[in-house]
Design a protein around this ligand. Structure first.
Ligand SMILES: [Fe+2]
Ligand SMILES: [Fe+2]
Length: 277
């Protein structure tokens, strides 16, 4: 098996990333990241959120599976890589458009650094697969999403977009959180961070909804529905075909099961924002 070196955990005990150390790559400025050619991607397809109850069959498979030796994981992990790159770019735009310093700080520090680490992990996972494959070229769905992110000048719309991506990442990571050893540990850490990103976006949107008049509420509701539909109809089918189909059997679930869970999760996310707390 090839040597497998992952970027180390970026979190301190407080949950916030400490400054980089000698093992980290040189930090890139937000501007550099936004202009990087790598960042021609974005939002992940697939979706869902919430705790998923993994069945026994699924757990049985995962305990016997070393994904680092399965070439099929190139599809899933490269998809994740482009999703994480897109999420990173989204964190840059959220930083630029943030209406106050508190929101700006979360996007510029916690969110942005988490996403950078996620992208580094998936890049390392791809490179460590048998044969050390190259990262595939950015898929069309990723380029489409990045264009949307780059052209969007509304903090509210960016937050809804972020919510959709983060919720997608949560469900996909839950499927991998039972991998054995270091890999499972890394995915569980990443999962916690993604849940934090979902919670942050949800809280902001819920507050916005609560403080809005009837017309603004209607607009937010339709913005969320449109964004989730865009994910469901334009992004998810490509993501499933390119990145998930070869891997879902190894993870012990079917495409239909995946789609059903993604739909339910989207519904739960929308309801959690629109209902009174
Ligand atoms: Fe992420
Ligand atoms: Fe995230």
């Amino acid at each position: 098996m090839s040597p497998f070196v992952l970027p180390h955990f970026p979190l301190t005990e407080s949950g916030y990333k400490s400054s980089t150390n000698d093992c980290d790559p040189a930090p890139m400025s937000l501007k550099t990241i936004a202009q990087s050619s790598h960042f021609s991607s974005n939002l992940t397809g697939a979706s869902t959120f919430n705790n998923t109850h993994l069945n026994l069959h699924h757990q049985f498979n995962l305990h016997r599976l070393d994904p680092r030796l399965q070439p099929e994981f190139l599809h899933l992990w490269s998809g994740f890589y482009y999703g994480e790159m897109a999420a990173t770019e989204l964190s840059v735009r959220l930083t630029e458009m943030a209406p106050d310093r508190h929101l700006q700080r979360f996007s510029a520090e916690t969110h942005h650094e988490d996403e950078q680490w996620h992208a580094e992990v998936f890049q390392a996972l791809v490179q460590a697969l048998p044969g050390h494959p190259d990262m595939p070229a950015p898929p069309t769905w990723a380029q489409d999403v990045v264009q949307k992110v780059r052209n969007c000048n509304s903090y509210l719309e960016l937050t809804v977009g972020s919510l959709v991506i983060e919720a997608s990442a949560v469900f996909l990571l839950e499927l991998q959180a039972d991998f054995p050893d270091e890999l499972g540990q890394i995915f569980r850490r990443m999962l916690l961070q993604e849940k934090g990103h979902v919670a942050f976006a949800s809280r902001y949107l819920h507050e916005h909804f609560r403080n809005s008049d009837a017309q603004q509420r209607k607009r937010l509701k339709s913005l969320m529905l449109d964004t989730f539909r865009y994910m469901r109809d334009s992004i998810r089918p490509q993501f499933i075909e390119l990145h998930l189909s070869p891997v879902l059997p190894l993870l012990g679930i079917s495409v239909q099961d995946y789609q059903d869970r993604a739909r339910m999760a989207s519904r739960d996310v929308i309801r959690s924002i629109l209902r009174p707390r």
